[in-house]
Design a binder for this molecule. Sequence first.
Ligand code: FAD
Length: 515
Amino acid sequence: DIFITRSFTILLVCCMAIKLSLCFSNLPSSFKALNIQGHFSFDKNEFAARDFGNQFHFLPSAVLHPKKVSDIAATIKHVWQMGPGSGLTVAARGHGHSLQGQAQAPQGVVINMESLGGQEMMVHGGKFPYVDVPAGELWINILHECLKYGLAPKSWTDYLHLTVGGTLSNAGISGQAFRHGPQISNVHQLEVVTGKGEVVVCSEEKNADLFHGVLGGLGQFGIITRARISLEPAPKMVKWIRVLYSDFSTFARDQEHLISAENTFDYIEGLVLVNKTGLVNNWRSSFNPEDPEQANQFVSDGRTLFCLELTKNFNPAEAANIDKEIESLLSQLSYIPSTLFVSEVSYVEFLDRVRAAEIKLRSKGLWDLPHPWLNLLVPKSKIHRFAEGVFGNILTDTNNGPVLVYPVNKSKWDNRTSFVTPEEDIFYLVAFLPHAVPLSTENNGLQYLLNVNKRILDFCEVAHLGVKQYLPYYTTQDEWRAHYGPRWEVFVQRKSAYDPLAILAPGQRIFQKSM
Ligand code: FAD
């Protein structure tokens, strides 16, 4: 089924691409005539047809490398003025870490947002500190800039080499989200170029509908060009803790207790280890993979284990008290006592932890493989049923990549944004993050892993678990309608208000530009 659906999608896009290439044979000259400060490239654009998922590769006709926001506005206005019949689309490309071509524009125009990244970042101190950044900036650079002022953003992703525009178009979720909400809950203001080429500044107070629409809006309503992000005083150090459980119920109970407590850790995540062997796949397990002794502790050989990962931030002056505080928090938990592991690292080292693993995997040629990832949001009341049906049953091992599972509080999400969550006070992020070995027909091959994903999704549907996809991938509008549920009407209204010709972010496959 998956094979047929994928082949059909690819065939459909190829047909569109042929039609478009006939329509746009004079595209370069039309764009060359635009008065912009940056430039267009019309060849050597292969990078714009690649992403982290490495499964879909659609070349654009042109890539805009903007120097100014006005370059983006002029380009979109030009496409807008070509009218509904042109079929031409525009996709913002952040760092291209999408999974299924979401930042691609078949035969259209890709905007290389990182060209804007060189613009100034402006940190503002005071009681409610914030930073103004260009949306093509990587989170790692924002961290380093803010640290110069002793400040840092509050909410993160596990990996910081992603752009602000890319994560704010989704949500930006990590182990701080239970307390601060996702990254989309930590933004004060945005500058956006709409699908009509208008530059609009929006916030809770001004153009609020566009502001909320763009947050988690999958790039559908405008291209974010600048963002104002909330900051807090940055700690210098982190106590990084890992403990193991052999029983999912105890693991989940402890996680839920920790995310609901007043006095708790600063970061709470979890990992599932199913029949796990080997060291290289520990890239996201967060403990120094160079130390085989530590990494070895993750080998679960035939069993399913659950690893709770926690941090407590501190400054050197508070070092004396922090161990006592951690001891008291840990005493409330029911992990396997012999599995307590604590290390101490700088705040930057902790936040940028996946980078070290990336460098290692790159050196082995294991970073640019296909990544058939699946991210789900599972309501708390259904997580046990989910765990029972999936971990150790559909999922026979976690040797091809990590599986994350951790709860967040819905109260920290703003339901005026475009993001849809399950309808419960607590829901879990469950992330299956495998890499596929090319041409393998074994259980590390792409087709096998895509089938596992399909089995998981089918299981959720049949068992009526009320699961939502995160970083969603659907091929039909009916599926999108079901994803948004009662919020679909608002989504469609926003589309017709801000991008009525469906020019933007075609790679999400939600709306189609008429041709
Ligand atoms: P791109 O892939 O370039 O773009 C993503 C989508 O957003 C596209 O539709 C694109 O058109 C649109 N877009 C890009 N920039 C803009 C803009 N300025 N304005 C409007 N639309 C825009 N996510 C989490 O929440 N938590 C994690 O811990 C996490 N870890 C990750 C780790 C790795 C190794 C990878 C590869 C991804 C991870 N992600 C995580 C997912 C990540 O947040 C999304 O894939 C995100 O979109 C990537 O950002 P990007 O800059 O590469 O975006």
